[in-house]
Design a protein around this ligand. Sequence first.
Ligand SMILES: [Zn+2]
Length: 497
Amino acid sequence: MTLQLKISNTLSGKKETFKPLEDGKIGIYACGVTVYDKCHIGHAMQAILFDVIVRYLTLTGYDVTYVRNYTDVDDKIINRAFELGITPLELSSKMIKSSEDDLNALRIKPATHQPKVSDFISEIIAFIQDLMDKGFAYATLDGDVYYRVRKKDDYGKLSNQNPDALRSNVRVDGDNNKEDSLDFALWKSETKEGAFWSSPFGDGRPGWHIECSAMALQFLGYNFDIHGGGRDLVFPHHENEIAQSEARSGCNYANYWIHTGLLTVEKKKMSKSVGNFLTIEDALKLYDFELIRWNVYQNHYSSNLDFNEKTFGIGLKKLYYFYRTLSSLNKLLDENTRYDEKLLEGFHPQSIRENFDLAMHDDFNIPKAMVSINEAFGAINEIIELKGVKQKLKLFTLKKYKEVLQPVLEVLELCQRSSNEFFKEIHNRYFDKLDLSLEMINDLLTKRLEARVNKDYEESDKLRNELESFGISVMDTPKGQVWELSEVGLQKLVQTN
Ligand SMILES: [Zn+2]
């Protein structure tokens, strides 16, 4: 049975079976950031989710064209730039660089196209001109151009709102030149140096919504498969994109609309005044990138997500366990190269991929997909511990688990480093954060080893307890003394105060 991909479409309010416009191909547009400041973890969450969606669609065989824009023309950019005494485009190119560094650090793959508004001004002007020619837009005496909401009968269909009800709620913005309170700006008159372009409607700059319509058209055409963004963009941004694009083309804009939930920190809305505002750069100082990704996978993409110490603690323990398991698995597979081509009874590695696909095909249910990954790691550990079965069967079964896990872990960018690299990173963070020296710990470990050699078990137990008080657990294995961070140690690493 072939699986059918289901997507919760904001446009219909229903979970629908996905049908691409062209077999085997998918076009996706996701609204990117307005680059006036450093990106925050809300941006990280959205970018990670679309990264996973695109990787998964690619894994299943689709040829995906993914467009994520940069809004580099905007009031906030202009105001901030003038405060700083630089031009708006100087500020935005600096912020685009910073945003790319952040996304790279989170191992988010670049989109197929990452257009900037400032590179598409002539396309935007042509778009607006066409809307004016068709009667969907009008210029005011002040040199602004507005979209004529009344002319489109189905305005409000994405956010499921009635224009008349909207009109009674809409804030009067003091522009008496507008024909209707719901009309929105396509072009804004502007004279500040470095912040305007010439156009048939006068010097100015594009409004926010028109840019996405113009760039989506440029890379994906008038009608394309999936449009995404944060849920806060449904109205007015996405509603207005639909209005403009469909008015110009006469056909449907995006067929499926995917909206991601919003992010809170310790259950509070992120804000600079509350003091819980977290840039990606700062978050990466506190948490390993993989831990941030793991955290994003704990809720369905459409739900809100909370960043909190408790979840990070659970996540770090989990990742530590994943890497420890892979380390044992790889060691076993590296040391032994002879297998029987037969699985151990009761183990079905392929079911991991089947369950992963079932979950991901059901509206990209990442938390459910994570369950199958947890099961795989559980099974691997169980097999490693199994006694009284043929080693060659064990090895073959383990090898199969590894093969099945690889592509699914890659979709999520989990466990893509070597175990050594991961442990080194986490342990360095730990020693730095707790102001411990590796030398001092190594010294205690050597002393403990000596005590054991001398059969001074009282001393060796004392040293074990001392190490434990520093968050280090010591184990005696057939291959000697090994250590790792204890649960308490891992929890200390994610504590923010
Ligand atoms: Zn947009």
